[in-house]
Design a protein around this ligand. Structure first.
Ligand code: ATP
Length: 188
């Protein structure tokens, strides 16, 4: 069975926090690949600022050159809210022989009790929690913990910097900055 890590997120935009946690979990758990999966409409957030197409392109730009990272559009292709349970259910049908490690940051670990169909989802995936500043990793659910260097970067902070014309160099790959500037994202 192939061990696949899935990092779901808004990726609005993707940044080094995403890349570092994906790489650390890949190494620590001996995964075969990590799939980056932009959500369509995340259930817990207001709508994304950038379109699904732009977010997918930015993820592709961010992971280029890493042979064990892949960008997948499973959720973007579906309409409406992105419930992880529905997505994973369909994924398991399509790829019956993969074992899924669903990677989440500390903020999402805290939120886990409120995930749609969490008990059924727990039968389909192993959750992997990584530390994020200000969020404890404790959970009433079985969550594998992987310790990663604390990276205090968020997409919200990057969007704010972009709006204010401030520099975000090194917080996200140059290729993604290039895409943002070229497509005039996050300017207003
Ligand atoms: P926003 O600021 O828009 O809320 P974000 O930076 O949290 O976005 P998401 O795309 O929502 O980014 O995150 C996807 C996943 O990656 C989530 O599980 C989140 O917890 C995790 N994550 C994002 N940034 C970090 C980070 N710096 N450290 C640890 N985990 C992170």
């Amino acid at each position: 069975m192939k061990k696949i890590g899935i990092l779901g997120g808004t990726f609005d935009p993707p940044h080094i926090g995403h890349l570092i946690i994906a790489e650390e979990v890949y190494q620590e758990l001996g995964l075969d690949e990590v799939w980056f999966m932009p959500s369509n409409e995340p259930p817990h957030k207001s709508n994304a600022m950038a379109s699904g197409t732009d977010r997918l392109e930015m993820v592709e730009a961010a992971i280029q050159g890493n042979a064990h990272f892949r960008a997948v559009d499973f959720e973007l292709k579906r309409e409406g809210k992105s419930y992880t349970y529905d997505t994973i259910y369909h994924l398991k049908e399509r790829y019956p022989s993969i074992s899924i490690y669903f990677i989440i940051g500390g903020d999402m670990v805290e939120y886990l009790p409120r995930w749609h169909a969490i008990d059924k989802l727990l039968e389909l995936v192993h959750f992997v929690g990584v530390n994020r500043k200000g969020h404890p990793l404790s959970s009433p659910y079985p969550v594998l913990e992987v310790e990663v260097p604390l990276i205090e970067v968020s997409s919200t902070d990057i969007r704010n910097r972009m709006k204010e014309g401030r520099n975000a160099t090194y917080l996200l790959p140059d290729e993604v900055i290039h895409y943002i500037k070229g497509n005039h994202l996050y300017e207003t």
